[in-house]
Ligand binder design. Structure first.
Ligand code: ATP
Ligand code: MG
Length: 358
């Protein structure tokens, strides 16, 4: 389907490295001004897709369209983008000023305009005081902000970020991802960020493309992908999920461990073996004898600040522990402890059902 608003598209893009298929028929549309993430496990093809868009890698087949122009056969130098790599890749022998000015000088900007632009960019990333410093004199987070300033120095219409935060420690990473988001809000620059960190993608992206094995498994808003994961891979990769085996009784009922759970219409036919996916926060601990109550034994309780994570051994998940998250301000019994036998129910409106192919 054509998307009239699309600023950047790939159409049936494939990439072989020798015999190995790193990108498999990837077709995506990204709108002008969107912030999207390519998210997936190591080796799934995220960087390869980004590099194809930049022209740093040549596709084996398929096309790339940017701003209504086919760019897939253009050399890198004729494409319109700025890029930040995972390893900062600042020039170590150049100062912050010189690093940022580099692309402008290549374009033949005069000294005065270059100096003005560099100062503007340093102020944008909050590092005006560091103009004369060298990369080795900066923290990891500061280096990434300089790399960002350098990437947008020539005012590209597309910003490509390959795991720009992954080398930073957790606190700096969270801080910088908020800065990146604010930065995007202010400039409205179409931005593609590669990450394998699902929390980062959920926090920052307008839209996420979940990848596995060179394919796009699902695309959508963070909320949509989290609540309506299309398959077990996505449900498992984004956030946490309990997978529970069941069997379809009819289009509205699934049987789990001889108990019948009502659904509006899960879409599967009688006797289909299914996996019911329940997020940890969608499980309710209950008093005894409630309808459709399951039970389990508490094997671990973790205090995680704003919520408790409770691990249960239960017969409906024989090979794994069931995970239940409860906010600390919730009205459940917080004296819950290892060894307790507790009841729990699952609200069908928050469950996803997948066909179970063993
Ligand atoms: N130049 C290359 N030659 C051969 N194989 C390559 C080359 N570049 C990438 N690959 C392979 O293609 C696959 C995808 O690599 P890619 O770098 O795109 O993964 P990724 O999703 O970015 O992973 P990571 O999260 O680890 O960075 C990997 O299996 C990788 O080994
Ligand atoms: Mg990569």
């Amino acid at each position: 389907m054509e998307n009239a608003n699309s600023y950047l598209s790939t159409k049936k893009l494939s990439k072989f490295f020798g015999e190995f298929l790193a990108l498999d028929n990837v077709s995506i549309d990204i709108n002008a001004g969107e912030f999207v993430c390519f998210l997936g496990p190591s080796g799934c093809g995220k960087t390869t897709l980004l590099r194809c868009i930049a022209g740093l890698e040549v596709q084996s087949s398929g096309t790339i369209i940017q701003n209504s122009e086919i760019i897939s056969d253009l050399p890198t130098s004729q494409r319109d983008f700025g890029i930040v790599f995972q390893s900062y890749a600042l020039f170590p022998n150049l100062s912050c000023f010189q690093n940022i000015a580099y692309g402008l000088e290549n374009l033949g900007w005069d000294k005065k305009d270059t100096a003005k632009r560099v100062e503007e960019l340093l102020s944008l990333v909050g590092l005006s005081d560091h103009i004369g410093k060298y990369p080795s004199q900066l923290s990891g987070g500061e280096q990434q902000r300089i790399a960002l300033a350098r990437a947008i120095a020539t005012s590209p219409n597309l910003l490509l970020l390959d795991e720009p935060l992954s080398a930073l420690d957790a606190k700096v990473r969270v801080h910088l991802r908020q800065e990146l988001k604010n930065f995007h809000r202010r400039l409205g620059l179409t931005t593609v960020m590669v990450t394998h960190d699902q929390e980062e993608a959920l926090a920052i992206a307008d839209r996420i493309f979940v990848m596995d094995g060179g394919k796009i498994m699902q695309s959508g808003t963070p909320e949509d992908i989290y609540a309506n994961s299309k398959n077990p891979f996505v449900a498992n990769f984004i956030g946490m999920t309990n997978f529970i085996e069941g069997e379809v009784l009819n289009k509205n009922v699934i049987t789990i461990d001889n108990k019948q759970i009502d659904f509006v219409d899960h879409g599967f036919t009688k006797s289909t073996k299914v996996l019911v996916a329940a997020r940890p926060e969608c499980i309710d601990l209950t008093a005894k004898n409630e309808k459709n109550m399951f039970d389990g034994t508490v094997v671990d309780v973790e205090f995680l600040g704003s919520f408790l994570r409770i691990y249960l051994n239960t017969s409906i998940m024989p090979n794994q522990r069931l995970i239940v998250d409860k906010p600390m301000i919730g009205n459940f019994d917080k004296s819950i402890a290892v060894g307790d036998v507790v009841g729990f129910t699952m609200s069908p409106t928050h469950l996803n059902v997948y066909e179970y192919d063993r």
